[in-house]
Ligand binder design. Structure first.
Ligand SMILES: CC(C)(COP(=O)(O)OP(=O)(O)OC[C@H]1O[C@@H](n2cnc3c(N)ncnc32)[C@H](O)[C@@H]1OP(=O)(O)O)[C@@H](O)C(=O)NCCC(=O)NCCS
Length: 213
């Protein structure tokens, strides 16, 4: 059994940048879907800035994902999720994405997290993490993000639809809504506990009353 280690990428991982780009490009070609092209320089910057997650088996790269920051820290996107073909279908993408998600929540606690994808695996993983499908109008309007789509084969579709829709599905995780949800769950639970307690007290009181009689 090989041990897979997932960690925040650092300077010692920059030499994986070329291989990561090659595997992303090769996988997109096989899938026949569009994908924004990444350069090794871009990947290296993400690694150097502590905005990337890497999965390793010994000295071999097994998985990768990085964080992009948009709209003055209002939004972050988790992009470039890739698992080396040798390590697919083991649940590794899920682990890498979850690790990146938690790292991102700590580093950018107020940012909405989003992604655009054509991949079912990514949609499944995102849904499990609490993302909701949204229209592009809910995502960042930072033009630099959308410029990244220029290298995708479907870019003409995006522009013909005035950046409102494309083949990708937009998915969004809003931490503020999660807090509200948790709070509303907490409030409901507290109200229910108080109701139950009152009810029990009343019942006990009734029992005592009837016993006294
Ligand atoms: C997509 C990719 C990251 C999945 O990696 P993986 O480690 O094999 O995925 P996991 O084992 O964690 O699977 C996660 C879920 O997705 C499902 N899944 C995995 N590959 C899938 C595929 N090709 N099609 C549909 N569902 C898939 C799994 O069954 C699992 O679902 P479950 O929780 O219901 O069991 C990997 O195949 C890859 O790197 N592909 C090329 C790059 C790519 O497509 N990236 C996404 C860019 S949008």
């Amino acid at each position: 059994m090989e041990q897979i280690v997932i960690t925040i990428a650092n300077h010692s991982h920059t030499h994986f940048a070329e291989e990561i780009c090659e595997v992303i490009a090769a996988s997109a070609a096989i899938r026949g879907t569009g994908i924004a092209k990444r350069t090794p320089e871009y990947i290296r910057t993400k690694i150097e800035n502590g905005n990337a997650t890497v999965a390793l088996v010994g000295d071999t790269f097994a998985g990768f994902c990085y964080i992009e920051v948009w709209g003055h820290n209002k939004y972050v996107a988790h992009s470039g999720l890739i698992v080396h073909p040798e390590y697919r279908n083991l649940g590794l993408a899920k682990k890498v994405k979850e690790f990146t998600f938690n790292h991102s929540l700590k580093k950018f606690p107020d940012a909405k997290i989003f992604g655009i994808t054509t991949g079912l695996a990514v949609m499944k993983i995102n849904s499990e993490l609490g993302y909701k499908p949204v229209t592009f109008s809910e995502l960042t309007d930072d033009p630099k993000f959308w410029q990244g789509c220029q290298t995708c084969t479907n870019f003409s579709i995006l522009t013909s639809k005035d950046y409102k829709m494309c083949l990708c599905t937009g998915m969004l995780f809003d931490p503020a809504k999660q807090v509200q949800k948790k709070q509303s769950w907490f409030n409901k639970t507290i109200v229910k506990l108080i109701k139950d307690k009152k009810q029990r007290l009343l019942e006990n009181n009734k029992k005592v009353t009837s016993w006294k009689k």
